[in-house]
Ligand binder design. Structure first.
Ligand SMILES: [Zn+2]
Length: 335
């Protein structure tokens, strides 16, 4: 099979090679990949800021496809099923797994990071990670559920967002932001202000798109100075302190990314005087993914570009392109 592979970190070391199709063992499922979403985590893996195992390594944390074959004792899927793959590896037995927080598993990992991923014609995964999807679900949306949509959904759940709450989504046109915007509006019934230069976020559920320089002023204006209940901010250091300023007393800031840097100086007295909460989240649970797959008909994905497997390097580099306007996929539907 063809696979995107590297034997040492660095985008320049990424190649497309013929490698053997993985052999499925007990409890494993072989998937023919149809579409793979490209995310910052893939960039971090390929460039070495996340340690990849094994080497040589096939990246790709988010993908959807068709079951090609199953190993012994697999009962949840059959050959031919359309599926998506929950990206967190988990043992199912530790204290975190026992309370259904598989993404915090003591012995966990991430598919495409701590084992080979989905930037290949075929990938094998544990059957507990495989979820069937509707025949009617298009491949781009399917390949956005396990990382982009799930991360957004878990962040909103962790903020206990409720009906008619005001929420600001920072980076509303990004991979997770476009889903946080839609889910906050359509599933939670919140009023969403999207921080983005892209006006299309207003078609995805934001009642207003604002540029980040105007966010404070606009939030004051539309809330009559009351400010917002929740801010979802995956961007990190550059926006973090501004996001705190957008919160009402007792408000919550949810963080799950550091694209613009990892360190800030925190105004501790503001946090306790206003009783603010800073909530960290990572990925989501299997239960939340199952929930999302039942609600997919409400959701859409904004696609910018689809690349062939052979163009994976350009696809990953394009994540930081200033022209990027929507998601990047590796499309294997014609392969
Ligand atoms: Zn565990």
């Amino acid at each position: 099979m063809k696979a995107v592979i590297f034997d040492k970190p660095g985008l320049e070391n990424l190649k497309v090679e013929d490698v053997p199709i993985p052999e499925v063992k007990e409890g494993e499922v072989l998937i023919k990949v149809m579409m793979a979403g490209v995310n910052p985590i893939d960039y971090f893996v390929v460039t070495g800021s996340r340690k990849a195992e094994p080497l040589p390594h096939i990246p790709g944390a988010e993908f959807a496809g068709v079951v090609e074959s199953i190993g012994p004792n697999v009962t949840n899927v059959q050959r031919g099923n359309r599926v998506v793959v929950y990206p967190r590896l988990f043992d199912g037995t530790c204290d975190m797994c026992l309370v259904f927080k598989e993404m915090l598993c003591r012995n966990g990992g991430v598919i495409g990071v701590s084992c080979n991923g989905g930037f290949a014609e075929y990938v094998k995964v544990p059957s507990g990670n495989v979820f069937k999807v509707d025949e009617g679900m298009d491949w781009e949306l399917a390949a956005s559920m396990p990382v982009s949509a799930l991360t957004a959904y878990h962040a909103l759940n962790s903020a206990s967002l409720s009906l008619n709450n005001y929420v600001v989504v920072v980076g509303a046109s990004g991979n997770t932001g476009m889903f946080a915007t839609q889910l906050a509006r359509l599933v939670f019934g919140a009023k969403v202000i999207g921080v983005s230069r892209k006006k299309w976020v207003e078609r995805f559920g934001a009642f207003m798109a604002v540029e980040k320089e105007q966010a404070l002023e606009k939030v004051k204006e539309v809330t009559n100075g009351r400010m917002v209940d929740v801010v979802i901010d995956p961007l990190g250091a550059e926006t973090f302190l501004n996001s705190l300023e957008l919160l009402r007393p007792n408000g919550k800031l949810v963080t799950y990314g550091v694209l613009t840097g990892s360190n800030v100086e925190l105004p501790i007295s503001k946090i306790y005087n206003q009783q603010l909460s800073i909530v960290g989240t990572t990925g989501g649970t299997r239960r939340e993914l199952a929930d999302l797959l039942n609600q997919y008909k409400w959701l859409q994905v904004k696609t910018w570009k689809k690349f062939k497997l052979e163009e994976a390097k350009t696809a990953i580099e394009s994540l930081s392109s200033p022209e990027r306007d929507g998601r990047i996929f590796i499309d294997l539907t014609t392969q």
